[in-house]
Design a protein around this ligand. Structure first.
Ligand SMILES: Nc1ncnc2c1ncn2[C@@H]1O[C@H](COP(=O)(O)OP(=O)(O)OP(=O)(O)O)[C@@H](O)[C@H]1O
Length: 489
């Protein structure tokens, strides 16, 4: 029996660890901003001060006084949790996902009859309600099962921060133990992954009749690169197979969630034949749906403090990129916090505009902080092209020419075009960029057209914080880009 793949760490830049830090900074970013509020107030009616008095040091306000003063200010946000994208809202606040709700309910309801529900694959862009709908359905099943004396459990893990298969299985063990209210009896490190699987089976068999395993952001569980099959594929194989052989007596269903619509294409054939999921697609939200979602949370704010144009504007900004509800909610929260910090009595359009800049920049930062210089160069070149085209998109062929210019300019290694394209494709995982395959007719070759999820200018601005990229003249890059775009036909 081998020791587990605890050395199975991802060496890829942009590993989950980098992102966790960025995520933490993202969520805390708005709180850590220095306050705009001036504490030194000048009373225009006060007596003119003598020269001497003016020169003397005013006693500064104590921290306690400042805290109490801020505490006494009437806030604009009444129910902050409604503006937290990680908070699971009640069912009556879910809008515009009737079809998916119905489909998933129909398939998972089998658990109520003490039977095995099918496996599911939920896919679609970020922030389109995949996790929310799954949680809502499982929560309801759990309630009804309780009444019927069926031991139903939901074991949910987010795979974004899990580097290896061994760690992912341990995470499942931990979540299962928490759901069952028991202790984990296997160590996290230094044992074979098989022992962790056995512990998972033990907990599930001892405590549940039926379990839904929810594997969120499953495509992020890549694992060791020297393995033939990605870790997510091995996890799906093992888990779904255990549900059909003697390892697990409980009925189990695996719900795999991914932003990557093509994830199933890279799942190995063994896993495909044991997983065989029902697919449920989640579309982008349009501006009207996003408005409806935000209106159902408007009571997060005090009565009558949000200007009429605030929600439509936040929804329009979020719809412009991917129709991401998380972004729409983030915009409302940041706009509200900005207004509060300015001491304003209302949330206004201008707060949403400033929030848009902050949220967009944070999202880009979240992605680019952790990636390698080479990936940054690929991204910079492609965004530079997109920033100069009418539709905001960039052809891979043109992007590569600009990438070559950049690598020459800073004396970096230069990849072949195929590697450049692969690096860009890898970046699609983060929903920052998407691509379509195109051609200009039978005589010309194929190319990929990259579309950005955020404004290319924000990406360029953020990437220029890297000193190597900053050293390249912006004007020169722009003229190279323009020349290359002219050469395109
Ligand atoms: N239909 C909806 N009604 C109300 N709120 C929604 C809806 N869809 C998404 N949200 C909210 O948007 C945020 C993101 O949703 P969720 O986590 O379900 O997205 P997701 O598709 O799983 O995205 P990701 O792949 O990035 O995890 C959550 O705060 C969720 O409450």
């Amino acid at each position: 029996m081998g020791i587990d793949d605890s050395d199975d760490s991802s060496d890829e830049p942009g590993s989950p660890e980098d992102e966790t830090t960025a995520q933490a900074e993202l969520s805390g970013a708005s709180q850590s901003e220095p306050s705009q509020q001036s504490t030194a107030s000048h009373d225009p009616n006060s007596e003119p001060q003598s020269e001497e008095e003016t020169d003397s040091e005013e006693p500064s306000q104590s921290i306690e006084d400042m805290l109490l003063e801020f505490d006494n200010q009437k806030g604009l946000i009444r129910e902050r949790s409604l503006l937290d994208p990680n908070y699971v809202v009640e069912e009556d606040r879910i809008v515009g996902r009737d079809e998916q709700l119905q489909e998933i309910t129909k398939m998972l309801r089998v658990a109520l009859g003490d039977n095995r529900p099918p496996n599911l694959f939920l896919y679609g862009p970020s922030g389109t309600g995949k996790s929310l709908i799954t949680k809502a359905v499982c929560h309801n099943i759990s309630r009804i099962c309780e009444d019927r004396d069926i031991q139903f459990g939901t074991v949910e893990v987010n795979c974004q921060d899990l580097d290896t298969l061994g760690i992912a299985v341990y995470e499942l063990v931990q979540q299962a133990a928490e759901e069952a209210g028991v202790a984990v009896e296997v160590p996290k490190h230094g044992v074979a992954t098989k022992e962790k699987w056995d512990e998972l089976y033990r907990i599930v068999n001892d405590h549940f009749d039926s379990v839904v395993f929810v594997l969120d952001e499953l495509d992020m569980l890549v694992g060791r690169r020297d393995k033939q099959e990605p870790a997510y594929s091995r996890l799906l194989y093992q888990l779904s197979r255990a549900g059909t052989n003697d390892d697990l007596n409980a009925y189990i269903s695996v719900v795999a969630i991914s932003n990557d619509t093509k994830m199933m294409e890279s799942v190995g054939s063994r896993a495909v034949s044991s997983f065989t999921p029902e697919d449920v697609h989640f579309d982008d939200y349009d501006a009207n749906q996003l408005q409806a979602i935000l209106r159902r949370r408007q009571d997060a704010f005090n009565d009558d403090v949000v200007d009429d144009d605030v929600i439509p504007l936040a929804a329009a900004f979020a719809a412009q990129t991917h129709g991401d509800a998380r972004k729409a909610i983030d915009l409302m929260r940041v706009a509200g916090e900005l207004a509060e910090r300015e001491g304003d009595t209302r949330v206004r359009e201008k707060h949403v505009r400033t929030a848009q800049e902050k949220v967009e920049k944070n999202r880009v930062l979240e992605v680019v902080r952790g990636i390698s210089t080479q990936k940054k160069l690929c991204l910079y070149a492609t965004a530079a092209v997109a920033s100069q085209t009418d539709g905001g998109s960039a052809r891979s062929t043109t992007g590569y020419q600009v990438y070559q210019y950049l690598t020459d300019a800073i004396g970096a290694d230069q990849y072949h075009q195929e590697t450049y394209v692969n690096k860009m494709k890898e970046l699609t995982t983060y929903s920052l960029v998407d691509f379509e395959r195109r051609s200009h007719g039978p005589s010309s070759g194929m190319f990929l057209e990259f579309q950005f999820g955020e404004r290319p200018e924000t990406i360029l601005e953020t990437l220029r914080e890297d000193s190597r990229i900053e050293a390249v003249s912006e004007d020169e890059v722009t003229s190279v880009v323009k020349a290359q775009i002219r050469n395109q036909t």
